[in-house]
Design a protein around this ligand. Structure first.
Ligand code: UGA
Length: 436
């Protein structure tokens, strides 16, 4: 199959590259010429484990190329995927900004030639795919297209594995012809018995929001249970294990922490709330999860303050991990970007380390932070270490060395990486989340 992927952001680049790996011929198009020039030279704009090698392999084998010119590939494509960004609108009202999608639809229309399936890959409110179809047909009435919605369920840091071994593929289509093309594209997965959920376009669009909102609810739920654990001296890790073994609940996404972040859960929960409001319905559970997530970040600041004896003024705090999760350089809605400014405001001095995210973090965090080369440099002469993001590098730290170099052996573990009892034995004043 010949595929055009519009947008070389996270989703477009990973999806396009993986389709090429399936054996399809893929052209990734982006308006930003500088990005395309870099991609042509093998420079990947994001950090995603394994992506650089997979891009190189598929470029070398002639199945993947990059251009800023839609005319190069759209007329010859069986499917054109739209994978441009849908950030929260600048008005700050939670609506998704669809201008990039509609612009892509307008620009692609004149180049379409012969039967083509136009696929919405970006996360978009219900009705957007139909609107894309309308725009294309208005711009070029002679087109022969079907529209499809094909939401992605990739996690940053594990995107390639998620793509190659998904739990399911969701395809929203309204003609058999379009379904045949979509099934052909995903055939390598089909052969591996991956379930394909074929449904209407609106259902596919809403399924994506429902999945992310459910996961956000699950995280906020366990975070609130963790807070109760602290009050009644219970252990949230054991509770997560105990409830997670129930097949109806499941053990995944029950890790408490400083609150969920990233480019998806915060944005998609708000967008779902707007969709629901517009339709006169309610998602009270999701609203509560969003509120609980903000409260969780504020609670982490209080936790750190308490561990510092009631005030962070003049204290040096070592932050281990800045990105919203490990194995990414993404800082979008990272809890660190809420927690660190609150600490700075109260007069703390911050020394921060992150294995991949420091350059990105500088755009999201206030000035005055000292960025260091490793966890040990961060901890040296600090009054408190805060483990913010559970990078593997922080899972087996030389804790004796850390303790010896600190002003005071205070360790706040926002990801429950270490065992409270062992930390106590090592002489730390230790605090996790939901495990007193
Ligand atoms: C999420 C979904 O997991 C993907 O299925 C979806 O495709 C993607 O959004 C998207 O819409 O594009 P992602 O944001 O990359 O993926 O990362 P997750 O692994 O889901 O983590 C999100 C946040 O939840 C992180 O801040 C993480 O630390 C937090 N989290 C996750 C917890 O606090 N506890 C958990 O148990 C799991």
């Amino acid at each position: 199959m010949h595929i055009t992927m519009i947008g070389t952001g996270y989703v477009g680049l990973v999806t396009g590259t993986c389709f090429a790996e399936f054996g399809h011929t893929v052209t990734c198009v982006d308006k930003v010429e500088e990005k395309i020039e870099k991609l042509k030279k093998g420079v990947i704009p994001i950090y995603e484990p394994g992506l650089d090698n997979l891009v190189k392999k598929n470029v070398d084998e002639g199945r993947l190329c990059f251009t800023s010119d839609l005319a190069v590939s759209v007329p010859f494509s069986d499917a054109v995927f739209i994978a441009v960004g849908t950030p929260s609108s600048r008005r700050g009202d939670g609506y998704a900004d669809l201008s990039y999608i509609y612009q892509a639809a307008k620009e692609v229309a004149p180049h379409l030639n012969g039967y083509t399936v136009v696929v919405d890959k970006s996360t978009v409110p219900v009705g957007t795919a139909r609107q894309v179809s309308r725009i294309i047909k208005e711009t070029n009435p002679s087109v022969d297209i079907d529209i499809a919605s094909n939401p992605e369920f990739l996690r940053e840091g594990a995107a390639i594995a998620d793509f190659m071994r998904p739990d399911r593929v969701v395809i929203g289509v309204e003609t058999e012809r379009a379904e045949d093309v979509m099934r052909e594209i995903y055939k390598p997965l089909y052969i591996r018995d991956t379930p394909i959920v074929s449904t209407t376009i609106e259902t596919a669009e809403l399924a994506k929001y429902a999945a992310n909102a459910f996961l956000a609810v699950k995280i906020s739920f366990i975070n609130e249970i963790a807070n109760v654990c602290e009050a009644v001296n219970a252990n949230v890790t054991d509770i997560a294990k105990a409830i997670g073994m129930d097949g109806r609940i499941g053990s995944k996404f029950l890790h408490p922490g400083p609150g969920y972040g990233g480019s998806c859960f915060p944005k998609d929960t708000l967008a779902l709330m707007r969709i629901v409001q517009e339709n006169g319905e309610n998602v009270r559970v999701v609203e509560a999860a969003v509120e609980a997530n903000s409260a969780q970040k504020a609670r982490m600041v209080k936790k750190i303050r308490e561990m510092l004896g009631g005030s962070e003024a003049g204290k040096t705090i070592a932050i281990l991990g800045l990105t919203f999760k490990p194995e990414t350089d993404d800082m979008r809605d990272a809890p660190s970007a809420t927690i660190i400014p609150a600490l700075l405001e109260k007069g703390a001095k911050i020394k921060a380390h992150d294995p991949k995210g420091i350059e990105e973090a500088k755009h999201y965090l206030p000035a005055g932070i000292e960025y260091v080369q490793n966890a040990y440099e961060a901890a040296a002469e600090a009054d408190c270490v805060v483990l913010m993001t559970e990078w593997n590098q922080y899972r087996a730290l030389d804790l004796e060395r850390i303790k010896e170099s600190m002003n005071a052996p205070v360790f706040v573990d926002l990801r429950n990486v270490y065992e409270p009892q062992k930390m106590k034995e090592l002489g730390f004043q230790y605090m996790g989340v939901g495990r007193k």
